[in-house]
Design a protein around this ligand. Structure first.
Ligand SMILES: Nc1ncnc2c1ncn2[C@@H]1O[C@H](COP(=O)(O)OP(=O)(O)OP(=O)(O)O)[C@@H](O)[C@H]1O
Ligand SMILES: [Mg+2]
Length: 243
């Protein structure tokens, strides 16, 4: 399987502060990586650094062999980074449909074997959004906002989807809906993804690789299945006390 993402000796942070230290990882085309770690260990900083929204202090990032670290954030989106930030960041004053079409001019359908995502396909993936096409962003529940944020990233037809805690704060039934949709996008449609999650079992179950961060460094890296089958190791890595 060909390599999609290569991160080499990456260090990054905010202004002079260095949050990430010497991060190296690779991800193959079509694979999903679960990015785990306690609060404040640098998961969001890593996602934001891939998207070009932090200060990079050192190292390199390549997407399909092309350097990303030299590109501005909007150029990384053009290059195929689909970023769904932790704050969701939808346009609240626009309707659901406007959110999905405002970015559609930039759609690139030429991203390899992946079928082009359109607003219609997003509605098919998230029927709740289809029912709320004309609702404003402000009128959506947290789960619907998350679905819209994912849909907005998809219509840009990314090569790599970055999902930062997509299940955070959502009701269990919505969590199940989103998990099914994410599994469909990644496992069935073969879109590569990095998914940050603090409650990892559900994400490990649909991921190929797992990386655990602690204090801005990689402290574990390997197949997701291996980590999922070792709950004690997982708890230890995530600093969860066992009763
Ligand atoms: N905008 C910022 N400016 C300065 N420091 C920041 C900024 N954002 C985060 N940090 C610091 O960087 C470190 C890593 O934070 P980050 O948000 O990447 O962690 P995280 O693993 O995503 O945490 P969480 O699980 O709470 O989302 C923390 O020490 C945090 O205080
Ligand atoms: Mg975070």
């Amino acid at each position: 399987m060909s390599e999609l993402l290569r991160v080499e000796n990456l260090s990054a942070g905010y202004d002079e502060a260095v949050v990430l230290n010497d991060i190296s990882l690779t991800l193959a085309e079509g694979e999903t990586l679960a990015l785990l770690g306690r609060n404040g260990t640098g998961k969001t900083t890593l996602m934001d650094t891939l998207a070009g929204a932090t200060r990079q202090h050192g190292g390199q990032i390549f997407l399909a062999g092309k350097p990303l670290h030299t590109l501005a954030s909007f150029q990384r989106a053009e290059a195929g980074i689909g970023w769904v930030p932790q704050e969701r960041c939808i346009f609240k004053s626009l309707t659901v449909h406007e959110n999905l079409t405002a970015v559609a001019q930039a759609v690139r359908a030429d991203r390899g074997a992946h079928a082009a995502w359109t607003p219609e396909r997003v509605y098919e993936l998230f029927p709740r959004l289809a029912e709320r096409k004309t609702n404003l962003g402000t009128q959506l529940s947290g789960g619907e906002q998350q679905m819209l944020a994912v849909g907005r990233a998809l219509v840009l037809n990314p090569r790599l989807l970055l999902l930062d805690e997509p299940l955070e704060g959502l009701a269990p039934i919505i969590v199940q809906e989103l998990l099914r949709a994410i599994a469909r996008i990644t496992r069935e449609e073969g879109l590569s993804a990095i998914i940050v999650e603090q409650h990892p079992q559900a994400i490990l179950a649909i991921s190929h690789q797992a990386v655990v961060l602690d204090q801005g460094r990689v402290v574990h890296q390997g197949p997701a299945q291996t980590l999922a089958s070792q709950p004690q190791l997982l708890d230890q890595l995530l600093g969860v006390a066992r009763a």
